[in-house]
Design a protein around this ligand. Structure first.
Ligand code: BGC
Length: 382
């Protein structure tokens, strides 16, 4: 009897789905897991394709936690992939540009690859001249993360965890790192980072997605209009280490308080632009008083109407205009990525903070929890 009822309920449901007029059933999101290849030492890697109810799609691999593709609509509803990356795992294994990756243990540079905590000096791997960049030679972007799909109320979530060992790339303490990516039904890619340690250490996690809101193969990003919510930036020396000064953007080509084309001043005769080979600077975010998360930047691509807003709990954002992209890497669909064909907005604590007592602290103590959130929100405008 029970079986019969279940059966008829099932047939009823089937009938309803078959008979329902096309488009009447609200779409729901989904997460699909696919094999993405094997690392050189034989570890199987997956690709998780998160789709929200609007058809927005974020593909994320547990190799380096990289965002492999991000497909969002333009003002006419036409979808395009707005991030740079590779079609296969090999690309990520050989990558030198950090396409889409989670960056850690320390995002951006630490001067002379060393810092001190409680009188003890820690020497890190040098991988950027004399400096340590983005966690060292084998940063979190080259780590294999454990992945788990999580239930989410308003979208699709993927949890990635990675136990970073004491001494890895020279950093003290066993650091347990957790990153949760959520593709929300409001077309946001939300990234929640957390970490705990068993010994005093430094942490600065970010995501290194390279965006071109016009879509693949559409040239440079110089026509994108940008706002950065910052009155100050941290000027750098010749090795891109902050001098320690917080300088007003007023009167400089780093003033993006009003929407300005990225390319409008990029080749100006300016000391900081020369040192960065374009924009490669940390901006000191003007945080909304009392707000848990604030708008850091807004980018509009005028031809497609795609808009990206970056919201964060972090005090800084590195605006990088892909100055070191040189077209040698073979990207998705066989595309090569030329200089300035994408931009990054890497939310973070300021570069070299472990050596800059006046910068907000990046020290994490045992018993404390590192916890930050960044949201990339996609909309369109006419
Ligand atoms: C840095 C650049 C670097 C790029 C890729 C950015 O975060 O600021 O200087 O070239 O990452 O490594």
């Amino acid at each position: 009897m029970k079986r019969l009822i279940m059966l008829s309920a099932f047939t009823g449901a089937m009938l309803m789905t078959t008979l329902a007029p096309l488009g009447a059933t609200p779409k729901s999101g989904s997460t699909e897991k696919k094999p993405f290849g094997k690392t050189p030492d034989g570890q199987p890697i997956d690709l998780y394709v998160l789709t929200n109810k609007n058809g927005v799609e974020a593909a994320i691999t547990n190799y380096g936690g990289a965002v492999v593709s991000l497909k969002v609509p333009d003002r006419n509803g036409k979808f395009a992939d707005v991030v740079l990356g590779y079609d296969s795992l090999d690309g990520y294994v050989n990558d030198k540009s950090y396409f889409g990756a989670i960056v850690g243990r320390y995002g951006n540079r630490i001067g002379h690859a060393q810092f001190s905590l409680d009188g003890k000096t820690y020497t890190l791997a040098k991988n950027n001249g004399e400096n340590s960049l983005h966690g060292g030679i084998k940063g979190f972007n080259k780590a294999v993360w454990a992945a788990k799909e999580l239930p989410a109320k308003n979208g699709q979530s993927l949890e990635l965890t990675y136990p970073s060992k004491e001494g890895e790339e020279g950093f003290p303490g066993n650091l347990h790192v957790r990153v949760v990516y959520t593709l929300t039904d409001s077309n946001e890619l939300k990234i929640e980072y957390s970490a705990t340690t068993d010994k005093k250490t430094v942490v600065n996690l970010t995501n290194h997605s390279y965006f071109n809101l016009a879509g693949p193969g559409s040239g440079d990003i110089l026509g994108h209009q940008l706002v950065i919510e910052a009155d100050k930036f941290t000027p750098v020396d010749a090795s891109l280490i902050p001098t320690g000064e917080l300088r007003d953007v007023q009167g400089t080509p780093l003033d993006f308080r009003k929407a300005t084309a990225i390319g409008a001043r990029i080749d100006q005769d300016d000391e900081q632009l020369k040192l960065g080979h374009g924009y490669d600077h940390n901006f000191v975010l003007r945080r909304a008083a009392g707000a848990p998360i604030s708008l850091a930047a807004r980018v509009v691509e005028p031809n497609t109407g795609r808009v990206l807003e970056v919201w964060t709990t972090e005090p800084g954002v590195q605006f990088y205009t892909g100055n070191f992209l040189d077209g040698t890497a073979r990207g998705k669909g066989g595309l090569t990525y030329a200089r300035r064909s994408a931009f990054c907005l890497e939310t973070q604590h300021f570069p070299d903070s472990p050596n800059q007592p006046k910068f907000p602290s990046v020290v994490l103590n045992p018993g404390e929890k590192y916890s930050t959130t960044t949201t990339y929100k996609f909309t369109t405008e006419k």
